[in-house]
Design a protein around this ligand. Sequence first.
Ligand SMILES: C[S@@+](CC[C@H](N)C(=O)[O-])C[C@H]1O[C@@H](n2cnc3c(N)ncnc32)[C@H](O)[C@@H]1O
Length: 316
Amino acid sequence: MSYSSPLPAEFLQRLTAIVPPSWYEQVFATFHQHRTCSFRVNTLRSSTADALAELSALDISASPVPWCAEAFVVPHGQRSLLSTSAAFSEGRIYIQNLSSMAPVLLLNPRPGEQVLDLAAAPGGKTLHLAALMENRGWISAVEAVKDRFFRLKANVEAFGASIVHTYLRDGRTVGLACPEHFDRVLLDAPCSSEARFHADNPASWQFWSPAKIREAARKQKPLLFSAWQSLKPGGTMVYCTCSFAPEENEAMVAALLKKYGDAVDILPLELPFANTIPGLTHWLGKEFDPRLERTRRILPDAFMDSFYLAHLRKVP
Ligand SMILES: C[S@@+](CC[C@H](N)C(=O)[O-])C[C@H]1O[C@@H](n2cnc3c(N)ncnc32)[C@H](O)[C@@H]1O
C-alpha cells in the first residue's frame, strides 16, 4: 500500500503514536475509502419491520447490525436513496454512523429517568436516547450555537421525541444551575473532528493543526466539569469525541480524575465489536493515571468512524 496522502503529515505522524502498528494500515486506508452507510430505525415512529419493508420497496437492501437491533447498513452507493426517502424525511429512520450509536447504548438510559445531553445538536444521539427511553422520563438537550440549536429542535419534532426539552444555552453553566440532578449524562463534546477527515474532502482537514486540538481541549474541560457537576451521585455518564487526539480524550478524563479524585469511577468498557483499543496511559512524555486504560477508542473500519469513549460513574 502507498502511504502518500493529502492529509496533514503531522496528523498522520501523531496517528502512528496513537494507533498500534498492527492496526495502522487499516486505519490509514479508511481515510481514503468510502464507508458503508448506516441508519437507525426510529422506534418512536415505526416498527423495524415496517421501516425495512418501506425501504425494500425502494430497492434498498439493508443488512442488520448484530449488536443493535434497530441499526442497519446499506452499501455506500445507496446513501442518496436513503437520504431522499420518505422514511428519512418523515422521521422513521435516522441516518447515522454506527459509532455514534455506541455512546448511547453504553449510557443505556431507562424509561422514566432524568437524562442530560449537554452538547446535543443536530440531535442524533438525543433521538436515540428518547427511543431507548420509549418517550418516558425527561431529556434536557442543550446546544449553544443558534443555527445548530434550531436544527436540533426541528429534528426532535420531526422524530417525535416528546420527552426532549431543548435549551439554547452554554453547557458550561448547566452544572452550577442543576447540580447533582441527572441520572445519566451524555457529553458528546465539540472536538477537532479528526474522525471525519477524508482524503476526498479537503474541507474536513484543511484547517487542522495542533493549535485546533488545544482550542478544542480548552472548550471541553469546562463542559466536562459542568456535565460531572450535574450528575447525581450513583449516576453514570459517557464522555465521547470523534477525535483521535489524546489531548481531547484521555487528558480530559485525567483532568476530571485530578479535580474530583475518588468520586470518579472509570467503568471498564466492553464493546460488542473488535475494532477498539484501550485508552492511552501516556502521551508526548506525559503519564496518565493507569485507570485511563479502561476508556476505549473505536478504530475506523469499513462500517465505523473512529470514536473515543469513557464511561464514568459518580461514586455516591
Ligand atoms: C459533536 S457535536 C454534538 C453532536 C450530537 N451529539 C449528535 O449526535 O447529533 C458537539 C456540539 O456541541 C456544541 N457546543 C459547542 N460548545 C458548546 C457549549 N459551550 N455548550 C453547549 N454546546 C456546545 C456544538 O455547537 C455542537 O453542536
